[in-house]
Design a protein around this ligand. Structure first.
Ligand SMILES: [Cu+2]
Length: 144
């Protein structure tokens, strides 16, 4: 249920941006704002907390994430996922009582998900679409 609400919020966020009606809702970003070589976000002024979220850029293909092994620090991490495939994919993070997801990212689209990691350890990432997880669309986020 929580993931459904989150997905809806993201969809509404798209609408808000598309209509150019203001600053509320998730900020939609494009890879233009991400330095492809370093993964560093070059978009300024979007930090909502005192400490800006760590940012991880992933590419989704059929059927894998690149990178699939990610190490981050604790706290807020914003995953920016570019679906480079020609079919829909998604992105889910699960572990240590945490479960957050983007259920669907259309082919060719980019979406982002901010997750707050409070517990160090390994978290699983996988694609929640159809049987993509079984097809190998998985990975690991290590929080340390
Ligand atoms: Cu998928």
């Amino acid at each position: 249920m929580r993931t459904t609400v989150l997905t809806l919020a993201l969809v509404l966020g798209f609408s808000t941006v598309a209509c150019d009606q203001g600053d509320e809702g998730p900020v939609e970003e494009t890879l233009d704002e991400i330095d492809e070589a370093t993964g560093v976000d070059t978009l300024e002024g979007e930090a909502e907390a005192d400490r800006p979220a760590e940012r991880v850029v992933l590419q989704a293909t059929s059927y894998a994430y690149q990178p699939s092994a990610i190490t981050v620090g604790p706290g807020d991490v914003r995953f920016v996922i570019n679906n480079a495939a020609d079919i829909v994919h998604g992105f889910e993070v699960e572990g240590h009582g945490l479960e957050e997801a983007i259920q669907e990212i259309p082919a060719g689209a980019t979406d982002s998900l901010t997750v707050t990691f409070e517990t160090p350890g390994d978290y699983r990432i996988y694609c929640p679409v159809a049987n993509h997880e079984e097809l190998g669309m998985t990975g690991t986020v290590t929080v340390q």
